[in-house]
Write a new protein. Structure first.
Length: 174
């Protein structure tokens, strides 16, 4: 059958939805709904099972004996979040360091170190106001999902300081 749910025909629970003997969705077996609506409801159940990472259990309920031994990965957002978690690690930290701003306690400060320390403090304050760590995470998320991210650094007349924006590369270039 070719309809809006044809892309799920490879799943026996959708291909056999509403047919006599369908064990996957017994609540849909004896119903007044037309066949295309039964397929729609079956497709919704399959998509919900992927969203809840229960596609393997649903396939097993439809009679696929090996379904519980296979891994059904489910929701694509879970894959992105997992990959992002592995790439970024358990904690993220953006460190703003200006060369010459810091020195060891026993060493005398180098010439110009007080100016470098002032610039470093201004950069750290800016990074905090612009939520730099969150913007980097946002860019990394789009990089994991789409392979790229776009940072735009621009002067904001309203804020009287540079602002940082992160864009999805697909939206940026179209």
């Amino acid at each position: 059958m070719i309809d809006a749910w044809s892309w799920l025909n490879y799943k026996p629970v959708v291909a056999a939805a509403g047919r006599p003997g369908d064990r996957s969705f017994p609540e849909l077996a004896a119903t007044w709904l037309p066949p295309h609506e039964i397929r729609r409801l079956a497709a919704y159940k399959v998509l919900a099972s992927y969203d809840n990472n229960q596609a393997g259990q649903l396939a097993a309920a439809s009679g696929d004996d090996g379904a519980l031994e296979r891994r059904e990965l489910g929701d694509a957002a879970n894959l992105v979040d997992t990959a992002l978690g592995y790439l970024l690690g358990p904690e993220q930290q953006v460190v703003v360091v200006v060369v010459g701003a810091e020195h060891a306690d026993e060493e005398p400060p180098a010439p110009g170190s007080s100016e470098a320390a002032a610039v470093q403090e201004r950069l750290r304050a800016w990074a905090q106001k612009e939520l730099l760590a969150l913007r980097v995470q946002q860019a990394e998320r789009t990089a994991v999902l789409l392979g790229d991210g776009v940072y735009v650094l621009a002067w904001s007349p309203e804020k009287q300081r540079p602002t940082l924006r992160v864009y999805d590369p697909g939206l940026y270039f179209f």
